[in-house]
Design a protein around this ligand. Structure first.
Ligand code: MV4
Length: 448
């Protein structure tokens, strides 16, 4: 096992990794920017090192500053968390050449599965279901028109390097296709410095269902059920749950095996997620792979009784996972609400600032993953998530009731938060019925 791990991240995920390190008896070093100086979670690390000013480009995204901190503190591994450098193949390579374990995939796996075009190429080769369309990039308007005529409208044009919904256009006819093709290309060129796009059939009202994978270096490939992340707003997830309300044991097995087929084809080791869209007939289609631990990993931990951060660390240290597929059983129901410092009444404008009072809900089946406390000031330099409120209960209805109860107990004063919106969602008939789709928040709930 490692003796010391550097955590190249901040906020709640830094604290989550500190907790896993403590339980494993591994020392940990937390790096921080000037904006995070004095943050309460830093006291819980064995060491804390300032790596630069508030802008992430000069701190959490600066590979040389992080490697200097790793050298000074003599760590044998780096946990990147999510966001920042977590899916940066070059960073994984720098770690490798410095003799430091990257707690994540190999640079080769990141390049193969983290890029949408190459992931689609692998998925097509190993028979993972995909929407009708093309695996390769589309170079001209004429080619896009020909593909659309073959698969039929509506189609979607997506940036190969994209993510988070950027560089994406839906087209219901040829005129919109030509326009969308050019728009997607120029948006992708600016956002990702890569203007390659591809075209596939557009699916109306899909659900977003993702499979959690965890793999060790001894060939133990395991999926820990699925998460349903259909409740999003502008590609920001608001609520995640497990199991998916639409899941059956048969569909779970099929999706889980499809995800692991892809992981095996890429020699993938560590935690990862395979994203799918699911249509109203429960057909599933591969979207992309997230080659990192995700924000919403705790819902999977709750329903499968696993510790995914611990498992990631064990896998990176070359140890065997403490479970195999036959041990992993989905039981009960978990829901996560992302509590953001945003004003839902004001177009979700970020509301950083000082938290004057906090009361955290507790009691049976409640988990709070957060780094905040009363008196803490949320810096304006990073994302606006202040914490993740999770509940676990024997079934979905009891989980919804428990989440409502927990949200009612919660007090975060001094800033605006998304708590009132979550209370509304938990009482929404369509959410309760489990029939929402990926555009529900924007097209229906907020339009009411
Ligand atoms: C789609 C789609 C419908 N059909 N692809 C959005 C982000 C990117 N990862 C994939 N996205 C979508 N791809 C086809 N062929 C609808 C979406 C989509 C979406 C997907 C998941 C969660 C929320 C979403 C919100 C709007 C659109």
């Amino acid at each position: 096992m490692f003796s010391k791990i550097l955590i190249a991240n901040r906020g709640e995920i830094a604290l989550r990794v500190i907790r896993a390190c403590r339980e494993l008896g591994v020392r940990c070093v937390c790096v921080f920017s000037e904006a995070d100086r004095g943050a309460p979670y830093l006291d819980l690390a064995d060491e804390a090192i300032c790596i630069g000013p508030a802008p992430s480009a000069k701190s959490y995204l600066d590979i040389s500053r992080i490697m200097s901190a790793a050298e000074i503190s003599d760590v044998d591994a780096i946990h990147p968390g999510y966001g920042f450098l977590s899916e940066n193949a070059h960073f994984a390579e720098v770690c490798r050449s410095s003799g430091i374990a990257f707690i994540g995939p190999s640079p080769e796996s990141i390049r193969l599965l983290g890029n949408k075009t190459s992931a689609r190429e692998v998925a097509g080769r190993v028979g993972v279901p995909m929407l009708p369309g093309v695996k390769e990039n589309v170079d001209s308007e004429e080619q896009a028109i020909e593909i659309a005529n073959n698969i039929g409208y509506p189609v979607i044009i997506k940036a190969a390097a994209g993510g988070g919904g950027r560089g994406m256009r839906v087209a219901h006819n040829e005129i919109a296709l030509v326009q969308g093709f050019l728009q997607a290309k120029s948006e992708a060129a600016i956002a990702f410095k890569d203007d390659s796009v591809y075209v596939e059939k557009y699916l109306e009202r899909p659900r977003h269902v993702e499979i959690q994978m965890i793999v060790d270096s001894h060939g133990n490939f395991v999926y820990c059920g699925e998460r349903d992340c259909s409740l999003q707003r502008r590609h920001q997830k608001l609520v995640e749950e497990a199991p998916s309300p639409i899941m059956t044991p048969e569909l779970r097995r099929k999706m889980g095996e499809a995800a692991l087929t892809l992981a095996k084809a890429a020699n993938y080791v560590t935690a990862g997620t395979c994203e799918f869209l699911v249509d109203s007939k429960n057909n599933f289609y591969f979207m992309e792979v997230n080659t990192r631990i995700q924000v919403e990993h705790p819902v999977s931990e709750l329903v499968t009784r696993t510790d995914l951060i611990r498992a990631q660390i064990l896998a990176a240290a070359g140890e065997k996972l403490p479970f195999s597929q036959s041990d992993v059983e989905v039981r009960g129901h978990a829901i996560e609400c992302r509590i953001n410092a945003e004003d839902p009444d004001n177009d979700f404008r970020p509301c950083p600032g000082k938290i004057t009072r906090v009361f955290i809900p507790g009691g049976p089946g409640v988990r709070w993953d957060s780094h905040i406390e009363a008196g803490y000031t949320i810096p304006s330099n990073y994302d606006s998530m202040v914490g993740k409120l999770l509940v676990f209960a024997p079934d979905r209805m009891q989980a919804i009731t428990r989440m409502k109860r927990a949200l009612q107990e919660m007090r975060i004063e001094g800033i605006k938060t998304t708590v009132p919106l979550h209370l509304r969602i938990m009482s929404d008939k369509r959410f309760i019925d489990g029939t929402v789709h990926t555009s529900y928040i924007e097209k229906e709930l907020l339009a009411k």
